[in-house]
Design a protein around this ligand. Sequence first.
Ligand SMILES: [Zn+2]
Length: 405
Amino acid sequence: MYDHRKLGRELGLFDTDPLIGSGLPYWLPDGAIVRHSLEEYIRTVERRAGYRHVYSPVLGKRELYEISGHWSHYSDDMYPPMDLGGEQVVLRPSLCPHHAVIYRSRSHSYRELPLRLAELGGMYRSELSGVLGGLTRVRCIQLNDAHIFCTLDQVADEAAAALELIATAYRAMGISATRYRLSLPGPGGKYVAAPEKWQRATKLLIEALDCSGLPYESAEGEAAFYGPKIDVQVTDHAGRESTLSTVQIDFHQPEQFDLHYIGADGDKHRPVMVHRSIIGSVERAMAQLIEQHGGAFPAWLAPIQVIVLPVSEAEDGVAAELAEHCRTAGLRAEVSAAAGGSLGARIRENRLVPYQFVVGPAEAAHGDVSVRLRDGRRLPAQPAAQIVRRVGELVESHAGRLWAD
Ligand SMILES: [Zn+2]
């Protein structure tokens, strides 16, 4: 594996500046393309799975976090409040309280459940500067988050479906989980009290894990303050393990925010909140992608998907038209013009680009393209329109492989 901080700078993906501050990385154009593709993929997968997206502000009144329990259980990780005309506002440490309030803003019938609210939203953590590094420990986080409001007997299925979504996303991203961890409370931690709810939530998570057939280990002292969780652990280039994805069951916040739905009996009932994140923070997911692939991203994430290489200047014009054809077909394509050096040198320069389209005199004359794949494989010359369509399909399928024979 590679060090994502080193590669991030070398490949022009992201960087930091002391004037902006530590733990506050910014994204360069190529990094922004990868990140944007990842975020769009997640939104698409979530929409297909029945999630509905919302936006909520990164600030909230102190009172919001007092109700959620963050103020008393999580304040060490929060920024100090800002005074605004007698009111205190806080940079949010999580999206959950906002989503609970959004749920509460409308009345809900049992027929609407499970109601799945999702958001790729900003949140903030007041990490000390000593522990900050690259994208894995940051102060400003873009979280792939969702909250499923459901009945008690829907919880296990929803948690299992979330685990399935996580597995699907990992396959598309070409990253692997180190292990699944059932994170339980430990001695001395700050947790909301209600032992019977903790036991019930733990039982449901075990049910979801069993139904998914995934091997897992239990760990004490790793739970959220409001409930137990399933953590999907990944390992970085230095062998350090961290949590990327998570599924949590929460009886606490529905109580705190007095959430309810109208049941088939016409009475008010309390929903359960399942918190889940498919790829965790976008920053950490990007770090994992960079380290695992060394910059040779799966084609759907690559900043440039197709590089068109004219053999000589005589093919520069045809190459430019071909790149335009690719862009019209939705692919990210560029030309590496003949003036840029020998064909071999230009191929080396573009070695991370998954599809390299070579156009020589014979190809130009017949409207063909010879394709080199990033892994060194060469495909025979084929009509340009056919190859562009095929590459478009492969990218769109989010398959890990570059070519299907
Ligand atoms: Zn949450």
